[in-house]
Design a protein around this ligand. Structure first.
Ligand SMILES: NC(=O)c1ccc[n+]([C@@H]2O[C@H](COP(=O)([O-])OP(=O)(O)OC[C@H]3O[C@@H](n4cnc5c(N)ncnc54)[C@H](O)[C@@H]3O)[C@@H](O)[C@H]2O)c1
Length: 259
């Protein structure tokens, strides 16, 4: 049976690990040729090799680029289209975090986080649009966060960028509908990725302890999401099954946002 992404070419940013790697892997399983783009060369090459090893006939292209630089975003998109033959789908996963109260927020941190979480998304979309228009039925999925719609203390710079991604998604959905491109956003809740596992390890907290630490804070199921549980909703929005969905914000948060 052909996969849900058969014959499609997808570019996944932040593809070196976590949600980006899981998305690239699932897309490859569903028949897409996939470019994984990241700043971390070793990790993105390892992610790519792992998918090629595990998924029969997978076609995966690892690329290194700092997508907060517009020229780099253009290069990554152009290389994807040139080497994989087209571009039908863009998933913007790359992101960074800053843990500072807004009263203490520094300009250098604002520039970093706006650069990756907002501008890289905008640059990748702009570079991808001509290819998506040409391919027909193009899709973009932007990864925001449950904190793009909720308030909390301590990560206001991050939360600001994730709310911006939702506004950007809606505007682009309206602008690109005449070109047949659908643009949607996914808002994950806490997802157990290498980023969180490494960060916990630096505090002397094991993965097992980390997994047990979200009993009350992480929505109705009292646990973290696995990256693949976020990749499936991304797949839905990227493929033709969601053909009447655009401009939407899909919460993938175990109900955290309704509490
Ligand atoms: N893990 C969670 O709990 C969670 C929850 C909500 C939203 N998110 C969002 O999901 C996305 C992925 O998070 P994750 O936890 O899977 O892994 P992560 O945060 O480690 O992944 C981000 C990836 O982006 C890459 N990256 C950073 N700056 C880049 C740049 N300038 N150019 C290209 N790549 C760059 C990193 O190298 C990394 O591989 C992020 O946008 C994050 O904000 C994660």
């Amino acid at each position: 049976m052909p996969g849900r992404m058969a014959g499609r070419v997808a570019l996944v940013t932040g593809g070196a690990g976590g949600i980006g790697e899981a998305t690239g892997r699932l897309f490859a399983e569903e028949g897409a040729a996939v470019a994984l783009v990241d700043t971390d060369r070793a990790a993105v090459e390892a992610a790519s090799a792992g998918i090629v090893r595990d998924v029969a006939s997978a076609r995966v292209l690892p690329l290194v680029a700092d997508l907060a630089q517009e020229a780099e975003a253009r290069r990554a998109v152009a290389e994807t289209a040139a080497r994989l033959g087209a571009l039908h789908c863009l998933v913007n996963v790359a992101g960074v975090r800053v843990y500072t109260p807004l009263a203490e927020a520094e300009p250098k941190d604002w520039e970093l986080i706006l650069g990756v979480n907002v501008l890289a998304t905008a640059y990748c979309c702009k570079a991808a649009l001509p290819h998506l228009r040409a391919a027909g039925g193009g899709t973009i999925v932007n990864v925001s966060s449950v904190y793009g719609v909720l308030g909390r203390a301590g990560m206001g710079q991050y939360d600001t960028t994730k709310a911006a991604v939702l506004g950007f998604t809606r505007a682009l959905a309206v602008e690109e509908a005449p070109h047949g491109i659908r643009v949607n956003a996914v808002c994950p809740g806490g997802t157990i990725t290498p980023y969180h596992i490494h960060r916990a390890a630096q505090r002397g907290v094991s993965e097992q302890q980390l997994r047990g630490s979200r009993a009350r804070d992480n929505g109705l199921f009292g646990r973290w999401a696995e990256p693949r549980e976020v990749a499936y909703p991304i797949l839905f929005l990227a493929c033709a099954e969601s053909s009447f969905v655009t401009g939407t914000t899909l919460l993938v948060d175990a109900g955290k946002s309704i509490l």
